[in-house]
Structure formats: C-alpha cells, structure tokens
Design a binder for this molecule. Structure first.
Ligand code: PLP
Length: 419
C-alpha cells in the first residue's frame, strides 16, 4: 500500500490572511464597494425593485444614476429585436468570430455603425471597455515607436489600452489644448502619434474641445481617437455623438462607443478607415480570442442604433429633463458641477457624508443614486452623479429636486461645512 508522508512545512504563504488584508485595507480607506440589489422591470424604468441586504422587504425605488439615458433598455423596438434573434438563433454565439463565423447580426450591426459615424468600417467588441483596451493596445503596438497623448481624466479602459501597447505616453491636463500643444511640439515630428480623449467626461459632465484637438492633430501629424461612450445615441441629429453634433466626425480617425449606455444594451465598437479597423480586427487579442456577442444582443443593439438615427423623441425628452433638473438645482443654489452635458454631478465633498446622503436617499426617499468617492474622483470632490433620463417624468424630477433641496437645507451644516 502506498503511504503518503504529510510534512508540515512552516512559513508557507497564508493566502486567506492575505486576501482578508486586501479587503480590510480598502474598508479602512472607506473605498469598499457594496452593490445595491436592484431589479429593473421592463416598462417601469426608472422604477426598479430594491431588495435590501439586511433582509428588509423588497420595495420600489426610483433610479437616478443610470446610464440608460434614453430608456432604450426597455424600448419595445429593442426588446422585440432581441427576442426575435434569441428565438431564431438561440442564446449563445457558439464561439469567436473566427470559429463560429460571422452572422448577419454582426454584419448588419457593423454596417449600421459605419453609417452612423460616416466611416468605412466598424468592429464590434464584447464591451466598450474591451474596445478601448483592444483598439488602443493594438494601434500602439502596430505603429512603430508610437507616442500616445492621453487626457488626464481618460477612462480606465483607455489607460489600460495605452499601457498594454507599451508605447510611450504623455498625459495632458484635462481638456487643456495648450498643454497638449506643448507636449506635441516637444515630440519628434516623424514619430507616429495618437491623441486619445473622450467627448463627454461622465464624472464631471464636461465636454472636450474636439475641434481644437483635431486642429492640433492636423498640425502635428497625429491620429485622433475619441471615446464617445457617453454621447452616442444622445448627441447629434442621428445619435452619432458630440462629433456629429459639431460637424466633426470626418476629422476623427477613430470613433469608439458602447451599446451599454444610451443604446440600453451591451457591447462596444470602433469605427474608422477600413485598413485601420482591419488591423485591429487582425491583431487585437481581446477581439480575436473571445466568444462574440450573441445574436440577441447584436440585434437589440442594432435596433437601438437604427431607431435613434431617425427618432428624436427620446433625445428631446432626456434633454428637457436634464435642463429641468439643472434649472431646479440652480434656483435652489445647490452645488452641482456646471457643464454642457446631460450629466449633473452634485458635489457633497466628503466621502462619509456622500455615502450618508446616498443612504438617506434610499432609506427615507426610495431614491437610488450611488455615491462617487475617491479614487473614481479626487478627494474633496465626492459627489452624486445624477442622470435625468428620457424615462423620468417632470413629476419625478420635481420630486427629486424637492428631496435634494430639503436635504441640503436640513443637513445644511453637515453638507455645506465640507462642500
Ligand atoms: C463606461 C465607459 C466605458 C466602458 O464601456 P462599457 O461598454 O461599459 O464597457 C468606456 N469609456 C468610458 C468613458 C466609459 O464611461
């Protein structure tokens, strides 16, 4: 009989203790994230069912921080297109585009996106995050000796893409074209360059000086890569984003977006010249080696994109609502960050207070807005990021404004002291 000798070795690495320490660390810093258990119900958004994790009764709450800006996630056109594709083609894609082939759902969606942005080609990824990481990572690798010029407030997915490329990078101060020019001027004119930035910055609610950035790109021979994730669907006469609204789409080499926000679905994409898109398709690991999105998601996304090319009702409602919310907050002099976008960041200015305001909203007013604390935003600027979607009514907005105004009055000392 085989006998195993069990040796007791001391000083082995203690995995359990290590991971407990990792969590204890972020808890100490007040950065531990807990999720609210929310269930959206088709047709009732922005209402959702909240299930408290203390075992309390489920109850209906109003969501005030969703990225489903136009309520497209529950739009019958989108839901029906998804359902039909699910029934026609089943639940999964069955593999990568290479293995399982490309379906008509992929092809039609990519044609729809190229048309949206007036580009030759488009490529769909699993998410907006993956599209940024994959595209920037690949472009930085494929361009010899490339330098990235990256806005200081770029999204994590762009930062990771740039990092993954191992190309050199220069960070310009947020939306600061003078700083960008300084950095461009200092670089070797012959080296390939990519300026990577967003249109709408979702934490501050401000918008990039796209035209000035394109001018600099022309002058210094750089490619432009814009993330229009928070803008596609919502800005521009056909939902093509801020660049469409400003007549600048043709000046951007790559326009990146998501189906996860105003389009109400899931998935990401890039559009641009055929050879650029084909290069990313051929070399991006995060495109090649992952199962593609299923037909139901692709069909829902396409229905949403196509619908918003011709329907303006959702955009008009969302904008009316954003304006109404801002007007109510203005009238009461509440400290929100004023920007040209649809996003209304209401500054609390202290992390515990921010979490407490969010808790009170949920517990006393059945309103859900998650607190946004460091490191997502700088310390001292902790905030609630409010989004008045097309699905909110004027009554919803007035009720929310009344609640916030009352809160800021009753907790005046608490909130103003730190804000
Ligand atoms: C949300 C977001 C992404 C990622 O998009 P997903 O589709 O959610 O992965 C990329 N860029 C910006 C600026 C974002 O806010």
């Amino acid at each position: 009989m085989l006998k195993l000798k069990v040796l007791k070795v001391v000083n082995l690495f203690d995995y359990d203790a290590h991971f407990k320490d990792c969590i204890a660390g972020i808890k100490r810093e007040g950065r531990y994230r807990s999720f609210a258990n929310l269930e959206r119900i088709t047709g009732r958004f922005p209402k959702a069912i909240y299930r408290p994790d203390n075992g309390g009764e489920p109850r209906e709450v109003t969501i005030w921080c969703s990225n489903d800006y136009l309520g497209m996630g529950q739009h019958p056109v989108v839901v029906n297109a998804s359902r039909e594709a699910l029934e026609n083609s089943g639940a999964g894609a069955g593999g990568t585009r290479n293995i399982s082939g490309t379906t008509r759902y992929h092809v039609e969606l990519e044609e729809s996106l190229a048309d949206l942005h007036g580009k030759e080609a488009a490529l769909v990824f699993s998410s907006g995050y993956v599209s940024n990481e994959g595209a920037l990572g690949t472009l930085g690798k494929m361009l010899p000796d490339c330098i990235f010029f990256s806005d200081a407030l770029n999204h994590a997915s762009m930062i990771h893409g740039v990092r993954d490329s191992k190309a050199e990078k220069r960070i310009f101060r947020h939306n600061d074209v003078e700083h960008l020019e300084e950095l461009l001027k200092a670089a070797d004119p012959a080296r390939p360059k990519i300026i990577a930035f967003e249109s709408v910055y979702s934490m501050d609610g401000d918008i990039a000086p796209i035209e000035e950035i394109c001018d600099l790109a022309d002058q210094y021979g750089a490619m432009t890569y814009i993330d229009e994730v928070h803008a596609v669907g919502l800005y521009g006469p056909r939902g093509g984003g801020v660049a469409e609204e400003r007549g600048l789409m043709h000046r951007l080499d790559i326009i990146e977006g998501t189906f996860g926000k105003a389009y109400g679905c899931m998935g990401g994409f890039i559009t641009g010249k055929a050879e650029v898109i084909d290069t990313v398709r051929s070399f991006a690991s995060s495109f090649i080696f992952t199962t593609s999105l299923p037909p139901s998601v692709l069909a829902g996304a396409r229905a949403s994109v196509e619908h918003l090319k011709v329907s303006d009702i959702e955009r008009q409602r969302a904008w009316r609502n954003a304006r109404h919310l801002k007007a109510r907050l203005d009238a009461a002099d509440l400290p929100y960050m004023k920007g040209d976008s649809h996003i209304v960041p209401l500054v609390v200015g202290e992390p515990n207070c921010c979490r407490e305001v969010s808790n009170l909203l949920m517990e006393e007013h059945n309103v859900y807005v998650q607190p946004i604390n460091y490191p997502t935003v700088p310390k001292g600027t902790e905030r609630l990021r409010l989004t008045a979607t097309a699905a909110h009514t004027i009554e919803d907005i007035d009720a929310m404004a009344d609640i916030l105004i009352h809160m800021w009055e009753t907790h005046h000392g608490l909130i103003r002291a730190v804000a």
